[in-house]
Design a protein around this ligand. Structure first.
Ligand SMILES: N[C@@H](CCC(=O)N[C@@H](CS)C(=O)NCC(=O)O)C(=O)O
Length: 205
């Protein structure tokens, strides 16, 4: 039975999971969760995800939350994108933890303030923008030395980071300042199954 992904095409964590499924060639059903209307806090949603956030992926009767945990589960289930050799697999897990801690908030918060908040607090915007720049610097150093984060081919670390970094422009980051990151975004964009969020998760009409 096809898996069901609950989330929003505007959510980077949801996009990571949709990308992973698409790159692995796994069909899935997408169910839109209206975050503005608070659907993620309703009892029926909390029964699937105690954290009250998207995404949730339902595989059989097993709901899973936390996008990077979902990516890891799928990578081992499909035997794809786990990272290259054992050192690459360790690095892949490290990047996933770092992405959740630094990269996601460093890019998603400025993007949220710029896209969805009428008068963002400049101190907060500056705080998260500095975090995003620091995260892009970290990626730049790594990607100047290797093609992908887990080795010679894409891993779930690349999928996780790409889903956020490809939208960095919406947060006010000009990727031309990070040429190795920009080249990696280009390489990721060429991988089979990589499509824009809106193509993978059509909104209900
Ligand atoms: N650590 C979580 C973060 C998920 C997250 O931040 N989801 C946001 C949308 S991008 C959400 O559901 N926000 C609504 C809320 O928190 O009520 C993951 O990686 O899955």
């Amino acid at each position: 039975m096809a898996m069901t992904l609950y989330g929003s095409p505007l959510s980077f964590p949801t996009y990571k999971v949709a990308l992973m499924l698409s790159m692995a060639g796994e069909p899935f059903t997408f169910k839109f969760v209206n975050l503005r209307q608070g659907e993620q806090k309703k009892p029926e949603f909390l029964a699937m995800n105690r954290f009250g956030q998207v995404p949730v992926l339902v595989d059989g009767d097993q709901p899973m939350s936390q996008s990077n945990a979902i990516l890891s589960r799928l990578a081992y289930k499909f035997g794809k994108f786990v990272g290259g050799d054992p050192a690459g697999q360790r690095a892949t897990q490290e990047w996933l933890c770092w992405e959740a801690d630094q990269l996601l908030s460093g890019i998603a918060r400025p993007r949220f303030f710029k896209r969805f908040v009428e008068k963002p607090d400049p101190t907060l915007l500056d705080h998260y923008t500095q975090r995003g720049e620091g995260a892009l610097n970290t990626l730049e150093t790594a990607l100047a030395k290797q093609s992908f984060l887990g080795g010679d081919s894409p891993s779930i670390a690349d999928i996780s980071c790409y889903a956020t970094v490809v939208h960095a422009g919406e947060g006010g980051f000009d990727l031309a300042r990070w040429p190795a990151v920009q080249a990696w975004v280009g390489r990721m964009g060429q991988q089979p199954g990589v499509k824009p969020a809106a193509d993978l998760m059509p909104m209900p009409s």
